[in-house]
Design a protein around this ligand. Structure first.
Ligand code: ASP
Ligand code: MG
Length: 418
């Protein structure tokens, strides 16, 4: 039997009527001859509520109990989905993570898959069951405790099952009808993409496009799982939504495929640090140890005190999420107090945003950066930091210009045109 994985996000299973609507979609695929593995999220808002309960009960909670509580939302929707399917005369049953068993590491709240053995679910399909409904976001550790995969983790569960069961496709049903060239709330000209390459989706996901958990795209790319993002609130067929796939499956691609943004960025600069071997390691080691997610890094060329002077100084700038600024500041000040390095001042700017253009076409086209920078210049947007990779260019700018910059870049690269 050909097999499909269908994943329904929180808004798609938010109440009983929506679960029924999702079950209708499953029924249609069963009628087409598929065995289906359904992965469900918790009802929308549920996981947040559960996290809140844990934090109110125990601010410095035991992560194992956190996982025991926050994983429960998916147990409810998995059971309800199985019941709904049974009411439609479709042989189905639910599976919690430990029953499969979905084996993960013991990194609670951020667990990674170790193995998903097929035998239990395959045996049920062999008995005549048509649908296995699996609770997303959860697994079981080697110690036998319930784990969760990190917020948004059901996407990753879906892709992991698609890989483990060699599914024909992994359909991610959500509240938007696909992946867009940029956020339609920011640029009304945003266009839905029919296809996007894994690499591009990975950049867009990690740059702040919130449709898919980044980890799920990494996994899909590694195991070449064809991933489709589509709406559970529309009538859909096999051409709906956006297919995330290998770049070989994309006929012609534009130089730039999308514009991403991230609002919650902060820029920190150490003024006049010594310029000597080991200084970057001395600064970024403690930041890493403190769990700060440093993104862009810029080191100025050295400023020498006097001609012939061996004492050289430089400025070191980096960006990190706004909510990690306090932690970053403490890590740097502690390292300075411990004598690891000295600097004249530490300047923090929390009013910045990151805007990026992404596209696999950049590999073979020159001049993308120049076009990007002139578009920003034409709008009088000052660039504070620049970073590039093979398929992406990111700039840090004042947050108040973020919308303007996204719109200008969308226009410049003519992303509204197919
Ligand atoms: N329910 C979990 C969350 O809200 C996992 C998921 O929906 O993907 O993060
Ligand atoms: Mg999600």
């Amino acid at each position: 039997m050909p097999l499909l994985v269908m994943k329904f996000g929180g808004t798609s299973v938010a109440d009983l009527a929506r679960i029924r609507n999702a079950a209708e979609k499953v029924k249609r695929e069963v009628a087409r001859g598929y065995d289906v593995i359904v992965i469900v999220s918790a009802m929308s808002g549920k996981t947040n509520e559960l996290v809140g309960w844990v934090e109110s009960t125990s601010p410095l909670y035991d992560a194992r109990e956190y996982d025991a509580v926050v994983s429960s939302g998916e147990n409810v929707t998995a059971g309800l989905m199985a019941l709904t399917l049974q009411e439609m005369d479709i042989p189905a049953r639910s599976w919690q993570g430990w029953q499969v068993p979905i084996q993960t590491t013991s990194a609670h709240a951020a667990a990674r898959f170790v193995d998903i053995p097929r035998s239990n679910i395959d045996a049920k399909f062999a008995e005549g069951f048509k649908v296995a409904v699996v609770a997303g976001f959860q697994g079981v550790s080697p110690e036998g405790r319930i784990t969760t995969l990190g917020r948004g983790g059901s996407d990753t569960t879906a892709v992991a099952f698609a890989a483990a069961f060699a599914a024909e496709r992994c359909d991610i049903y959500t509240d938007v009808d696909g992946v867009y060239t940029t956020d339609p709330r920011i640029s009304p000209k945003a266009r839905k993409l029919d296809r996007i390459a894994f690499e591009e989706m990975l950049e867009l996901a990690s740059l702040g496009a919130k449709v898919l958990q980044t980890r799920s795209v990494e996994l899909a790319m590694r195991y070449k799982v064809r991933l489709r993002v589509l709406s559970s609130f529309e009538d859909t067929d096999e051409n709906s939504g956006t297919l995330v796939c290998d770049e070989d499956e994309i006929m012609e691609s534009k130089v730039v495929s999308g514009v991403a943004y991230s609002r919650d960025e902060a820029k920190m600069t150490l003024l006049r640090v010594e310029d000597r071997p080991g200084i970057a390691a001395a600064i970024f080691g403690p930041l890493a140890d403190a769990g700060v997610n440093v993104d862009m890094i810029v080191q100025n060329i050295s400023e020498t005190d006097a001609p012939g002077d061996k004492n050289a100084y430089t400025d070191m700038t980096f960006s990190c999420p706004t909510n990690q600024v306090a932690r970053a500041k403490k890590a740097i000040e502690d390292a300075r107090d411990a004598g690891k390095f000295i600097y004249a001042d530490l300047v923090t700017d929390t009013d910045v945003a990151k805007v990026s253009v992404v596209g696999i076409g950049m590999r073979s086209h020159a001049g993308v950066a120049a076009r990007m920078f002139s578009a920003l210049a034409a709008e009088n947007v000052n660039i504070k930091v620049i970073a590039t990779s093979e398929i992406k260019i990111s700039v840090l700018i004042d947050r108040k210009y973020m919308e303007l910059a996204v719109q200008a870049l969308h226009d410049t690269f003519e992303l509204e045109k197919a």
